[in-house]
Design a protein. Structure first.
Length: 282
């Protein structure tokens, strides 16, 4: 009977150690409908790495940690946008069947992960009995004929880069505001942003695509640089310069000298700077 105390200690230890199946933390998944888009919010209490993409008509979300998801969006999905998810990989992977073509935007809000779904462009259907089917068919085929342009993201020492793989040069323009940058092209296209991982790009909070271009959500004030390398369009996003180093008035000469080596290197590689250079606001 001398082994009885040791056995009791072992049993007590086993009861205190959590089993693998108990490690999943309960996370609330909320869904909301907004004008023109639907939103999913994962209420993580801390920052957790994640990946999100759309593939084969499904919204696929993968987290670095396991979770036991609960909430109305888990059981009912997001009405008009996505069905209830299938959960796999022990609570790391969620797969939502989408109700149609969707544009995807995702970002962090504190420790929460936010995913916005917006209906993609849908070809107009000719009305029944309109008479001339030949006249209606070009409109119905307009959306599928748009070229697909892949968008790639890259992280560099002091900036984040987005590359638009156009097959031929296309003119573009920038529209900047405090919290986002919109890159508009003169030709419409279907921009494939599924390969871009905003969580790995410090200067990018989120990305959303439309036929006319791409909008980049910024996590903080930034400065951008637009250039072209062959047929590709390149958008570089830098953290804004220290206000103490950017006094009112024209840009100081040290900043101009600092940009020269980079411009020379890009000129040697066939990169053309397209960034607008307006005078700084007073």
């Amino acid at each position: 009977m001398r082994w009885l105390p040791s056995l009791c200690l072992i049993l007590a230890f086993l009861l205190l150690v959590p089993l693998p199946g108990q490690a999943a933390e309960e996370i609330t998944l909320r869904g909301g409908l907004h004008p023109g888009y639907g939103r999913l919010v994962f209420d993580w209490p801390r920052t957790v790495d994640y990946e999100v993409r759309i593939a084969e008509g499904k919204l696929i979300v993968r987290f670095a940690e396991r979770a036991a998801f609960s909430g109305s969006a888990v059981t009912r999905g997001l009405r008009g946008y996505a069905a209830a998810p299938d959960v796999a990989e022990g609570g790391r992977l969620l797969s939502f069947d989408l109700t149609g073509d969707m544009d995807l935007k995702h970002f962090r809000l504190g420790s929460k992960v936010v995913i916005d779904l917006r209906p993609g462009a849908v070809a107009a259907k000719p009305e029944a009995g309109s008479g001339d089917s030949r006249a209606a068919s070009p409109q119905g085929d307009a959306a599928p004929q748009l070229p697909q342009v892949k968008v790639r993201g890259g992280r560099h020492a002091d900036y984040s880069r987005l590359v638009f793989d156009w097959p031929e040069p296309v003119e573009s323009r920038l529209e900047e505001s405090a919290d986002q940058v919109r890159l508009r092209f003169e030709r419409p296209a279907r921009f494939d942003i599924s390969a871009v991982r905003p969580e790995g790009l410090p200067q990018v909070a989120g990305l959303t695509a439309a036929d006319s271009g791409v909008t980049v959500a910024l996590p903080r004030p930034s400065r951008v640089r637009l250039s072209r390398s062959g047929s590709k369009t390149v958008l570089d996003i830098y953290a804004a310069a220290d206000p103490q180093r950017a006094p009112d008035g024209p840009a100081p000469k040290p900043a101009e000298r600092e940009a020269v080596p980079e411009q020379q290197a890009e000129a040697a590689a066939g990169v053309v700077d397209l960034s607008p250079r307006p005078a700084e606001a007073p």
